[in-house]
Every structure is written in C-alpha cells, then in structure tokens.
Design a protein around this ligand. Sequence first.
Ligand code: APR
Length: 257
Amino acid sequence: MTTQAKIDAAARLINGAKKIAVLTGAGVSKESGVPTFRDALEGLWARYDPQELATPQAFQRNPKLVWDWYEFRRKMVRKAKPNPGHVALTEIQKRKPDTWIITQNVDDLHEQAGSQNVIHLHGNIASTKCSADCCGKPTLIDLDALPDTLKWDAEKQPPPCPYCGAYARPDVVWFGEVLPADALSHAHDLSVACDVMIVVGTSGLVTPAANLPHYAKRAGAMVVEVNPDHSMISPIADLRLEAPSGQALPRVVERLN
Ligand code: APR
C-alpha cells in the first residue's frame, strides 16, 4: 500500500467511527523538542539513566538529585509548544466529538493545542505533590504559595510539604508506582468501547498503558498506529502510518469529511 493509500485508509476509518480513543506517548511530543526517557541526553545529565532516576527508590536515595532532574525536564517542557501532530488530534476531536485522548505524557501539549477530553495516565510534570500524600492522593502543593516561615536549604534538598514536612516531589507516576485509579479505569472503559484506537508515538513497553490497544483490539476495534519505527503495538495494528506524527496526522486530517 502506498503512503497516500494508508493515509486515505486511516481517514476512512476515522470518518466511519463513532467512538475514537487515541493513546499517545512521548513520540507525539518529540517534534516539540521534548526528549523521551529513552533518548540520549547531552551535558550535565548525560551520565544519568533517566529510567533509574524516575523511581521512588532513587528519590529515597537522593531526593535532591531527582528533584533537580525534574526541574531540568520542567524547564524543557515549559519551553515546548504543540506541534502539527497535537493540532491534528485536536482537529480529529472537533470533527468526531466522541474522541478521547489518553496520554502517557506528563506535558500539557494536547491541552495547549486545544484538545478537550484528555486523560493523563502518568500525571503532570508541572504539578508538585507531597511525597507522603499526607492529605490524600494526591496532596498537591502550590510551590509559589509556600509560606515564608517554611525555610529549607534549596541547595541541599527539595522543598518541604507545608502540611507534614515530607519532601515535595513532581506529580508524576514513577516506574513501579500505581497509576491514578480513576484515570486508568476511564481509559480502560474508553478502550473497550471505541471503534477505532489510534496509537501515536509510544513504544508500548510500559504497562498498564501498553495494554490498552490490546483491550481495544480484543473488543473489536480497528487499531491504527502512527510511529516511524516498529513498536510493541505494531504486531496488532490493522494499519500502520510509518512516519512522524507531525507529518502523518495532518495529512489524515486533510482527508477527513
Ligand atoms: N512521531 C511519532 N512517534 C515517534 C516520533 C514521532 N515524531 N519520534 C519517535 N517516535 C516513537 C518512537 O519510535 C517510540 O516508539 O515514539 C516512541 C517513544 O517511545 P518511548 O520513549 O518508550 O515513550 P513512551 O512509549 O511514551 O514511554 C512510556 O515510559 O518513559 C516512561 O513514563 C514514561 O510515559 C512514559 C512511558
């Protein structure tokens, strides 16, 4: 099948669908300049393995190191702007209002692109919470509103929770942690109810998110993958657009009714 034929086939599936679920991963934000955990980094952080920093154990061992690593990522995310892939997904939502985006990304580029109905499975890097979740899950902390009376040595440690004094941490899901239950159960329900699932820019290596396309497929949905490379989802995809999402998705949108 030619690339154009695949684009047309994807548009036909979307045109014919009532319920659409989109699962996105780091690949959709790559063209916005947000590196994935699996990208090699340069400079100060090059000697660290991000997958080993994003764990509760790493935070316990060295809270300041993990806090600084997230400050570094936060700065990158703050600078990022939505790319044509994010915008195209918003366009699909406008034409097909029963379209939900289930993202593993901790940036808010889908929302910045104007998307509604976005579920964040792995949290939000811009938010901060108490590492002990002392007042319920999650106990969010507004860093800008911390009282002046709360003094800490910012050179040595992360800020403290104003309610219990435990360290503050980013409101993201680390490896080995449980996903927010409501988000996961909603994502599961959408996956088994959709006619078409579009899987964009995920390696499919990290469960439970990576299970969702399998649930969709088993329940009878067509699975469309947008990824320049082979992924763990590729074997179950009915249609594969092997191109960066910022290029492939706008072409699909051009062909929508
Ligand atoms: N367009 C679409 N896909 C792309 C692009 C692009 N421009 N560039 C890269 N990709 C694909 C890669 O081929 C890869 O399959 O995006 C995928 C990125 O995979 P991962 O880095 O493993 O990201 P993701 O699947 O989101 O990881 C899941 O693991 O790193 C943790 O918690 C983090 O949410 C993340 C989770």
